[in-house]
Design a protein. Structure first.
Ligand SMILES: *[C@@H]1O[C@H](CO)[C@@H](O)[C@H](O)[C@H]1NC(C)=O
Ligand SMILES: *[C@@H]1O[C@H](CO)[C@@H](O)[C@H](O)[C@H]1NC(C)=O
Ligand SMILES: *[C@@H]1O[C@H](CO)[C@@H](O)[C@H](O)[C@H]1NC(C)=O
Ligand SMILES: *[C@@H]1O[C@H](CO)[C@@H](O)[C@H](O)[C@H]1NC(C)=O
Ligand SMILES: *[C@@H]1O[C@H](CO)[C@@H](O)[C@H](O)[C@H]1NC(C)=O
Ligand SMILES: [Ca+2]
Length: 613
């Protein structure tokens, strides 16, 4: 065999190997890009029907996707991110209720495995770009100890959009402040860019330099459109002229400009996937983490209408948020199935061919979403707060109960005045046709059909079917909750408690059982040793991994204290309903229609009680 021949043979072998590698990638798991925005409300995207704030890039992607119309997140940041990363209800880990302070020694317990760790096992390279907010007191709580190869962004709750400083105000009035922007372990003292741009450019760079022989998990968690530091003004990009002059309220106008910038970011990220040639091999998820804080603490002038409530409330406005998922083979549609943020972990693992871990609360919805099937989920524990006041919300089928003491929360409807325009908004469909997202899709041969778009947009707009209205909105009391059919009554304006006692009883007893399984949080403990002044004004882990304290979420046993403080012993005589199996398990393990049949059954027997049905 001469030298030339063996070179040729080598060349053939190399060519075969490289074909095998690229074939493996083509058949291998798809890339996953998960974009989470912060505190964006239901009515702050235009695909839900409003022309006020145009989000053409987000919408253009949504119209190619499965829009998740009954998607529940958590009421606030830390629980939402915990549920996403663990696939569990945050209350199982003591991560429910009020979000973490930067100076709190608490985080997702280290024995929990997180989504990026599962993906890493499947060969993914894993990047977090943006906000973390599930533990920063010790190195072991940080993203790179939890399965991310790389983290660029913030470890705490929110920062100033220009200086990347987080000002934390303690209940006693003490203020701590310092930088919270890192590239892996290195504080970014010299970052000059606007926060949305800095995160977007990092995400685009990661896509650009990604070695396609490995699947990519890119988790982008924008800080926007969350307010900057408390008491500060909203922070749209400095260099942009104030646009959206059609919006009457000037704070809403500033908010719209931040949202528009986030929208362009989504267009750029997907544009980068198209440029790289990997768009059609990528699953893309877009979701907000909780409803907008229209009023009160850290308000951003976002709007959740027609839903009731706002961020950090158990009402739909706090927990039902914009969300959708795209994959190249999906038939675009609006999906009416019940879904919870904890479903992402099993759903994405199912989508990429991974094993679904046991002992989680999330369920794999991949097949249902892709094939327009029924939801794999019949119930959602929407929220539990066991702080100074205890409250909770739970949905089974179409029915939702809210119980506990909601005094001090925002229980009304907010932002109607913010939705007022003084001029005609810019033309929606021309913005949609010309945005970067639409161009990115055209580059892979996918074109928007405006008739389909109009139809999808109508489907994604909330309709209030139930026309009955309470004279005064129901507020839960110690002996009564509020009960709604949220499919027919998404505004939570027709309380059925007392009209459908059997359903109220069933949902309450199931909620009681879930509540009893919570890991109680200890009292809030803020640690002065965390003060960034001790670390050159940078927020830094101040504890070693081997420090264990008996506070926070370390109580080993479930504690029923919360639910026992709520007296729900309303008057309901247990009645038999013939042969029908109406044990709690039987009723909650179904989609809403069984509730309708239970109702009809009850209607037959207790006509007077259920005159409304
Ligand atoms: C991509 O990764 C593969 C496998 O690790 C390696 O052989 C190849 O050189 C890498 N390509 C680039 C451009 O770095
Ligand atoms: C509910 O909470 C408020 C504020 O903490 C308190 O004043 C009130 O007594 C509580 N109501 C009940 C019925 O427990
Ligand atoms: C924790 O680790 C540090 C350094 O690794 C060591 O100096 C210290 O003694 C340890 N503390 C405990 C309580 O184990
Ligand atoms: C709960 O409410 C019922 C009915 O109003 C009352 O009889 C009972 O004493 C209450 N229990 C507690 C612990 O407050
Ligand atoms: C009622 O439903 C439960 C839960 O699905 C089941 O375990 C039980 O066997 C059923 N009972 C009857 C009488 O069908
Ligand atoms: Ca949030």
């Amino acid at each position: 065999m001469n030298v030339f021949m063996s070179w040729k043979q080598w060349w053939i072998i190399l060519a075969m190997i490289s074909t095998m590698i690229s074939a493996y990638r083509q058949g291998g798991p798809p890339n996953v890009v998960f974009i989470m925005v912060d505190d964006m409300g239901w009515n702050d995207v235009s695909f839900h029907g409003s022309d006020q704030i145009l989000t053409p890039n987000i919408d253009s992607l949504a119209y190619q996707s499965v829009i998740l119309q009954h998607y529940y997140s958590e009421a606030i940041c830390t629980p939402a991110r915990t549920a996403l990363l663990t696939g569990k209800y945050p209350m199982r880990l003591g991560m429910h209720g009020q979000p973490l302070f930067n100076s709190e020694d608490r985080g997702i317990p280290v024995k929990e495995r997180l989504l990026p760790a599962y993906l890493k096992d499947l060969g993914y390279t894993t990047h977090l770009v943006g906000k973390w907010h599930v533990g920063m007191s010790k190195p072991e709580y940080l993203p790179m100890s939890r399965g991310y190869d790389h983290h660029y962004g913030m470890r705490g709750g929110f920062v100033d959009y220009y200086t990347y400083n987080k000002v934390e105000t303690w209940p006693n009035g003490r203020r701590l402040f310092g930088l919270d922007l890192y590239d892996d372990a290195t504080p970014q003292e010299c970052e000059q860019r606007y926060i949305v741009d800095a995160l977007t450019e990092k995400a685009v760079k990661i896509i650009h330099y990604h070695n396609s022989s490995q699947p990519l998990f890119l988790h982008v968690t924008h800080n926007a459109p969350h307010a900057g530091n408390n008491g500060g003004a909203l922070q749209p990009p400095l260099y942009s002229a104030v646009k959206n002059s059609h919006i009457a309220n000037s704070n809403r106008r500033l908010y719209a400009e931040i949202v528009a910038h986030v929208d362009r970011s989504v267009g750029k990220i997907v544009g980068a996937l198209a440029d790289k040639g990997i768009l059609d091999d990528t699953i893309i998820v877009f979701a907000s983490d909780n409803g907008a804080p229209t009023v009160g603490d850290l308000r951003n002038w976002g709007v959740n209408l027609p839903f009731r409530g706002k961020k950090y409330t158990p009402w739909e406005g706090g927990v039902r948020v914009p969300a959708f998922i795209w994959q190249s083979s999906v038939t675009p549609r609006v999906w009416q199935g019940l879904m919870h943020i904890s479903d992402w972990l099993p759903t994405l693992l199912g989508a990429v061919g991974g094993d679904i871990p046991s002992g989680i609360d999330g369920v794999n919805q991949w097949e249902s979403i892709m094939q327009d099937g029924k939801s794999k989920r019949s119930e959602v524990l929407i929220a539990i707060e066991d702080g100074s006041n205890s409250w909770a919300a739970y949905r089974a089928g179409d029915y939702k109960i809210v119980v506990g003491n909601v005094t001090g929360l925002s229980n009304g409807y907010y932002g109607a005045e913010l939705m007022v325009n003084k001029k005609t908004p810019p033309e929606y469909y021309s913005a949609l046709r010309t945005c970067e997202m639409t161009r990115a899709f055209e580059s892979i041969g996918v074109y928007l059909d405006l008739d389909d778009v109009r139809q999808t947009r109508r489907m994604a707009t909330i309709k209030q079917e139930d026309t009955a209205r309470d004279a005064t909105s129901c507020i839960p009391s110690p002996t009564r909750g509020c009960l709604y059919n949220v499919r027919r009554d998404p505004m939570e304006s027709n309380n059925l408690w007392g009209k459908a006692n059997k359903i109220a009883t069933l949902l309450t007893s199931r909620l009681r059982a879930l509540w009893a399984s919570q890991l109680r949080r200890g009292p809030l403990r803020l640690d002065a040793a965390s003060d960034p002044a001790n670390f050159n004004y940078v927020w830094t882990p101040w504890l070693a991994n081997n420090i264990t304290r008996s506070n926070s979420n370390s109580r080993p046993k479930p504690d029923k204290q919360g639910i026992e403080n709520i007296n729900l012993s309303f008057n309901f005589n247990q009645q038999t309903t013939g042969n029908r199996n109406t044990t709690v398990a039987a009723v909650v393990n179904c989609e809403g229609d069984l509730f309708e049949s239970v109702l009809k059954d009850l209607l037959f027997q207790y006509l007077g009680l259920l005159s409304l049905f």
